[in-house]
Design a protein around this ligand. Structure first.
Ligand code: NDP
Length: 449
């Protein structure tokens, strides 16, 4: 990881002091501040008016109690969060995560990242993120609905089409967005479709939103591969996770001629050297909501399931970490490099540790950082907002075409920025600088607020 410039170092020290113990947030801030030394050297005015300090401080942090009742009549309390990080470019925008690991530091890291990612899309959206430490695993439909209703009963005070527009993330898909939208509509008595994205098609969702993050990530990697005169054709690919991002990353890779040989969930991973049967993964994960181990039971003989372990031991040409933060370590990166990986695209948010990123950069591996590679989801959410605002609904082809153009645009912006700042091919530097400059310019224009 690039060292933080000495002029910026005291700002980072203050972030560490003020946000004690929030290690994921520190990691995300360090990555961005480690990249912007050259920008501040070239444009010293960015160090004025505490601009960098303001960028590192969320505009608003909301923490609330979420009481809910299980099917047996027992009451439980979860903790809800919404961090409205930066609205210089537009209303706060970012997903909601339901997972037992959720805490304030994780939501802040995600909101901070989201701010620059959203800036890279070129669309008018600020950054935010939310969630709860509620564990949706093995909960009935009724329990999920009651939880979502209780969560939205508080959240509705803080969100709105022009204020803050949440979407899904880990543990929150179309079903949960539907329950939250229903409760918002009921409490406010407003059919304000633009308050949430990732909605079902029948009530204001956008075609291609479900596919967008995965399709976009695969498109970004395809652009990186093209800079080296190659593409996905006949490449062996490993995709971690088997949720929304992973499934549609696999789908796009298959359509581009690649072969996905492994995917996972939080219990373990499956390997199918003949190529993963994506329809079966969808059936297990999207419909039956079962563990990925079921795959190997059904595909006996051709596939195997590994309980625990690391999916990054599976040799591949392209790695797409698409499950969760810090899932790919320095050790995993060195294994992948030894096994001949040529490109890595982050589908998840911050899935590679700083040590892993350094290893990939030093080895000259094409590396697509999350804030650029997985921006297709939020970009399509912004397209959903556009459709809601104009009371329109676009075709799948029209929406996918826009998504593809946006991803190519993000790729080219990151590549050109890396060139301009003297590090050709360094997409981490390119994404951090390009995102920072857009947010910083808007903040300067709006005055010290
Ligand atoms: P899902 O809940 O649909 O899927 C998450 C997948 O990752 C599941 O297979 C899950 O396994 C696995 N997983 C979760 N936590 C862990 C863990 N601690 N260790 C190993 N595996 C884990 O979420 P999404 O696909 O929506 O999100 C995946 C990542 O992509 C997240 O980092 C998210 O922030 C990011 N992202 C998502 C976007 C979207 O549009 N959905 C947009 C941009 C980024 P299990 O089922 O066992 O829990």
């Amino acid at each position: 990881m690039t060292a933080i410039d000495e002029k910026i170092e005291p700002i980072f020290a203050e972030v560490l002091r003020r946000n004690a113990g929030e290690v994921e947030f520190h990691q995300a801030v360090m990555e961005v501040l480690g990249s912007i030394g050259r920008v501040v050297a070239k444009h010293p005015h960015y160090a004025n008016s505490a601009l960098i300090e303001r960028i590192c401080e969320p505009e608003r942090q909301i923490i609330f109690r979420v009481p809910w009742m299980d099917d047996k009549g027992q009451h439980h309390i979860a903790r809800g969060f919404r961090v409205q990080f930066n609205s210089a470019l537009g209303p706060h925008k970012g997903g909601i995560r339901f997972h037992p690991s959720v805490n304030l530091g994780i939501i802040k890291f995600l909101g901070f990242e989201q701010t620059f990612k959203n800036a890279l899309t070129g669309l008018p959206i600020g950054g935010g993120k939310g969630g709860s430490d509620f564990n949706p695993r093995d909960r009935s439909d009724g329990e999920i609905m009651r939880f979502c209703q209780s969560f939205m009963t508080e959240l509705q005070r803080h969100v709105g089409e022009y204020t803050d527009v949440p979407a899904g993330d880990i543990g929150v898909g179309a079903r949960e967005v539907g329950y939250m939208f229903g409760q918002y509509k009921r409490i406010t008595n407003r059919y304000e479709a633009g308050v949430l994205t990732g909605k079902g098609l029948i009530y204001g969702g956008s075609r291609a939103r479900k596919e967008a993050t995965g399709y976009g990530a695969a498109t970004f990697v395809q652009c990186m591969l093209r800079t080296r005169n190659t593409d996905f054709e006949d490449k062996k690919v490993v995709v971690s996770g088997s949720g929304n991002v992973a499934i549609y990353t696999m789908e796009k890779i298959l359509s581009l001629g690649g072969k996905v040989v492994a995917c996972s969930d939080s219990n373990g991973f499956i390997v199918d050297e003949g190529g993963i049967d994506l329809d079966l993964v969808k059936e297990i994960k999207e419909h039956r909501r079962e563990r990925i181990s079921e795959y190997a039971k059904i595909k006996k003989g051709t596939s195997r399931y590994v309980d625990g372990g690391t999916i990054w031991d599976v040799p591949c040409d392209v790695a797409m970490p698409s499950a969760t933060q810090n899932e790919l370590t320095g050790k995993d990166a060195r294994t992948l490099i030894r096994n001949g990986v040529v490109a890595v695209g982050e589908g998840a948010n911050m899935p590679c540790t700083p040590d892993a990123i350094s290893a990939f950069r030093e080895a000259g591996i094409l590396f697509g950082p999350a804030k650029a590679a997985n921006a297709g989801g939020v970009a399509t959410s912004a397209l959903e907002m556009q459709q809601n605002a104009s009371r329109d609904s676009w075709t799948f082809e029209q929406t996918e075409k826009r998504l593809s153009e946006i991803m190519v645009g993000i790729h080219d912006l990151c590549a050109q920025t890396a060139d301009e700042y003297g590090s050709p091919g360094d997409y981490v530097l390119g994404a951090n600088i390009a995102g920072f400059v857009r947010v910083a310019e808007a903040m300067e224009a709006l005055g010290v607020i």
